[in-house]
Design a protein around this ligand. Structure first.
Ligand code: FES
Ligand code: FE
Length: 455
């Protein structure tokens, strides 16, 4: 498609990170939403799933990158591959199952079939194309441009020019390791994936998990009371402890209390860990900080909660709705009884009917449900908390502020605005008809394209 097809709205006036003001239109405007799919989701690294979902060649699961359905599979060589789950013939969804095992991918509409490497291997009545310029090699499944695995988590991007995943994560890896690097043997998942639909723009959730400890006292007051061993609620709980909030230029953010008491006593893994050993391996600052009770977002839409072992992705489903997919991730070495206790703990707190999750979801849906009014849409939102407090504190890597701060929110939206205002890689090239964006894009010199990862 010619580049001018894409939306090109300048969002500079909507996100003012210097003064901490955000225009509500970024949560409600349909044109901006389409631009977001083309410039944020088409260019960023996106979370696909956990390696435990793919044990053997032919195993697959399906998910989304933005609103694009994708198949994630292990090819015959054991490499993880990800393809657009849309038939090259007339566009049907090739695989309809959430997960399974297969030898090849056959479209149920007219029966075109691809092997695990994405090559078109069978076309019913193929001699009907005898007089056309038709070559099977041109009609393979559309593959992501780059795919990588970190802490057993699979990420991919359509963007051949994206800096590698390591660079996207940067200092964020130090914080992620406090949760996902606790066990040298790695991580695994228990209990499958819980999926639910929620009214609310996806950014409300992603932003909150990156930046917002502020809501805990108020929104979760009753839940904290239930969780508190003394039953006294927030004042006796984690909510008022000091802490830090990390944020970076790539839009990643995490917040965590910095006090040993911040560990929930009710947390099943609390008894399981040898904290002295962890301190030795991960450092005391990490064990008393991001390992305990925190929240985090890897830009744009992957978030996690170390205390629950909860990882989740906020799939955009139109400007007003998101689909939440949530996993329980645990250390591989954990015994069965700890795993089961942690699975239940995660479900009871941050499952779809979890006592904390319901508080959060209610907030996002409420904000969204009144955001389309003309008057509400003219009022800027306030992200000023902690303005100017960001610094290198000499303990935690990168720039951190106080725990109660909007610093990571400001960085999240700065990154969002930067991507929204920059023509994406696919807008800067002409694609021949019938060609695939991801597979036809030339990689810039010095940026090798990786199309699979062996694990
Ligand atoms: Fe898939 Fe026709 S739409 S084979
Ligand atoms: Fe919350």
């Amino acid at each position: 498609r010619p580049p001018e097809f894409s939306r090109n709205v300048d969002v500079s006036g909507l996100v003012d990170a210097q003064s901490g003001l955000i225009d509500r239109a970024i949560f409600t405007d349909r044109t901006l939403y389409e631009q977001e799919l083309a410039r944020v989701f088409a260019t960023s690294w996106l979370f696909l799933g956990h390696v435990a979902q793919l044990e053997k060649p032919g195993d697959f699961f399906t998910t989304y990158m933005g609103e694009d359905p994708v198949i994630v599979t292990k090819d015959k060589d054991g490499r993880i591959r990800a393809y657009l789950n849309s038939c090259r013939h007339r566009g049907a969804r090739v695989l309809r199952a959430d997960y399974g095992k297969t030898r090849n991918f056959t479209c149920t509409y007219h029966g075109w079939s691809w092997d695990l490497g994405g090559e078109l291997i069978s076309v019913p009545n193929e001699n009907g194309y005898a007089n056309a310029d038709f070559d099977r090699d041109d009609w393979g499944l559309i593959e992501v441009a780059q795919l990588d695995v970190v802490y057993d988590l699979i990420f991919a991007t359509w963007n051949p020019e994206a800096p590698d995943l390591d660079e996207q994560l940067g200092n964020m890896k130090y914080y992620m390791e406090a949760f996902l690097g606790r066990d040298p043997a790695g991580t695994t998942i228990v209990g499958g994936i819980t999926k639910w639909v929620l009214k609310g723009n996806w950014k409300l959730a992603a932003e909150q998990f990156g930046t917002d400890w502020y809501h805990v006292n108020m929104s979760h007051a009753s839940a904290l009371m239930v969780m508190s061993p003394t039953g006294k609620g927030p004042k006796e709980s984690i909510a008022n402890t000091p802490g830090r909030q990390y944020s970076d230029e790539r839009g990643n953010g995490t917040g965590f209390p910095t006090h040993p008491k911040s560990r929930f006593d009710a947390q099943p893994v609390h008894e399981y860990y040898d904290y002295d050993e962890l301190r030795e391996r991960l450092g005391a600052a990490r064990v008393e900080g991001p390992l305990t009770t925190g929240h985090a977002t890897v830009f744009p839409n992957f978030s996690y909660l170390p205390v629950n072992g909860s990882i989740r992705v906020w799939h955009p489903k139109g400007v007003d709705e998101m689909e939440i997919w949530s996993w329980t991730v645990l250390d591989k070495s954990m015994p069965e009884n700890v795993r089961e206790a942690q699975r239940l703990y995660n479900l009871r707190t941050f499952g779809p009917s979890g006592i904390f999750e319901q508080d959060d979801g209610e907030n996002w849906s409420e904000v969204q449900s009144i955001s389309h009014g003309w008057r509400t849409n003219t009022i800027p939102l306030n992200y000023q908390m902690g303005l100017g407090s960001e610094r290198h504190d000499g303990v935690y890597p990168g720039e951190t502020s106080e725990l109660y701060s909007d610093a990571a929110g400001r960085k999240f939206y700065s990154r969002w605005a930067e991507l929204m205002n920059t023509p994406a890689w696919h807008e800067r090239e002409q694609r021949p008809p019938g060609d695939a964006a991801a597979t036809s894009a030339p990689a810039p010199v010095g940026a090798p394209v990786q199309t699979g990862a062996s694990v």
